[in-house]
Design a protein around this ligand. Structure first.
Ligand code: ZN
Length: 189
């Protein structure tokens, strides 16, 4: 496994539509594992193949220690609406609110070639939508509002806040979900 270079939002490859994967071979498996490595290394929760310069329809994400790899993912149903703040490993230190479905039903293939069906709510629904957008050349900044750029000072404040939070970590869902690291960093998808 290897860490790959993450393309950032000036890179034209992020604007291209990724091609479906026709065969899940070792190259695709290696890609997915490298994507997971790269995502963890950069404190992200999700990553799409174009973000590492590969125009194939592969996404990975990890929430509450559950790792997901979806090949050729697509959304079959959306329910409701939620608005959450998002960031992106390809848009460094940029954050903004994005309206997404509150729940999505998605389908795809895992690395064994088996069909996977996922019913996702909350952050998982956001991540799936965000990553599938990447496969279509769409960045969250295209949809975001109240966008802001985090300065070095603000990042430091948030890091400290996160540390305090983690020490207290009685705070259920969020703190648990974000396991010991900066919540903002964790929302980089
Ligand atoms: Zn992203």
């Amino acid at each position: 496994m290897a860490i790959r270079i993450i393309r950032t939002d000036k890179d034209e490859i992020l604007r291209k539509v990724s091609k479906p994967v026709e065969l899940i071979d070792n190259k695709i498996r290696e890609l997915a594992l490298d994507m997971l490595d790269t995502m963890y290394k950069n404190d992200g929760v999700g990553l799409a193949a174009p973000q590492v310069g590969v125009l194939k329809r592969v996404i990975v994400y990890a929430l509450e220690d559950n790792i997901h790899v979806l090949v050729n993912p697509y959304i079959t149903k959306t329910i409701g609406l939620q608005t959450e703040e998002e960031g992106c490993l390809s848009s460094i230190d940029m954050f903004g609110k994005v309206d997404r479905p509150a729940e999505v039903h998605a389908s795809g293939t895992n690395l064994d070639g088996k069909t996977v069906k996922i019913k996702a709510k909350g952050l998982e629904a956001v991540v799936i939508c965000h990553e599938i957008d990447h496969l279509d050349g769409i960045l969250f900044l295209d949809k975001a509002y109240d966008v802001y750029h985090l300065t070095e000072e603000e990042k430091e404040v948030r890091r400290k806040e996160a540390e305090i939070l983690n020490k207290k970590s009685k705070r259920k869902s969020k703190a648990k979900k974000d396991k010991g690291s900066d919540e903002k960093c964790k929302n980089k998808i």
